[in-house]
Write a protein that binds this ligand. Structure first.
Ligand code: HEC
Length: 175
């Protein structure tokens, strides 16, 4: 009887339902941050050609400003989507490398760099300061690219498709 009680309390302790819900939560968080990153990329993809040549009839300055603001907000929102529980690349559930949680400060610094560039990009667009727009687009691309190079694991098959896309050089003027 005593053993049974111990067994029951042990089972409650390792409560499988709470474990699996933590796990589900981590998976949701990973999915959410990947979705947010895709949302950022979708905006960069139409903003960059506009900045470069400025002759897309489907797109205009108003939309560019909106996209810049959205990129800023999405970066802000996604800053909290990296809890320890989502360090699950060994289970192939994320492309985020364990290095993020080993050098969290550096990771957060790169996030902040990206956020500052996005803020400055929005300001420059609102001021129609096109030289500054170029500079901040380069800075932003650099921030995305640096972080991915350090903290995003890619399979060789993915590299072929993605290397040019998110590497970080979004307009030709960047060195
Ligand atoms: C501070 C680090 C950091 C910054 C800054 C950053 N990313 Fe990411 N990004 C990551 C990590 C880590 C992943 C992998 C996330 C995962 O798989 O859980 C990722 C994933 C992605 C993905 C793939 C999402 C998917 O479907 O798997 C895209 C697209 C992306 N980022 C675009 C961008 C763009 C564009 C920028 C810049 C505007 C940017 N990211 C800025 C770290 C960053």
């Amino acid at each position: 009887m005593k053993n049974l009680i111990i067994l029951i309390s042990f089972l409650t302790l390792i409560n499988p339902s709470s474990y699996s819900s933590e796990f589900e939560k981590a998976k949701d968080t990973i999915e959410l941050r990947q979705g947010v990153m895709q949302g950022i990329w979708a905006r960069i993809k139409r903003l960059a050609p506009f900045i470069e040549v400025d002759n897309n009839l489907e797109y205009n300055e108003q939309l560019a400003k909106q996209d810049a603001e959205d990129i800023k907000l999405l970066l802000k929102k996604s800053l909290t989507l990296w809890p320890n529980s989502t360090n699950l690349s060994t289970k192939n559930l994320t492309n985020a490398t364990p290095a993020i949680w080993a050098v969290e400060e550096y990771f957060n610094k790169l996030y902040k760099d990206a956020l500052v560039s996005a803020e400055n990009l929005e300001i420059a667009l609102n001021n129609s300061d096109w030289d500054k727009v170029d500079i901040e687009m380069c800075n932003l691309g650099n921030a995305c690219g640096t972080c991915h190079a350090s903290f995003r694991r890619l399979l060789t098959s993915q590299l072929a498709n993605e290397a040019s896309a998110w590497s970080g050089k979004y307009i030709n003027k960047c060195n």
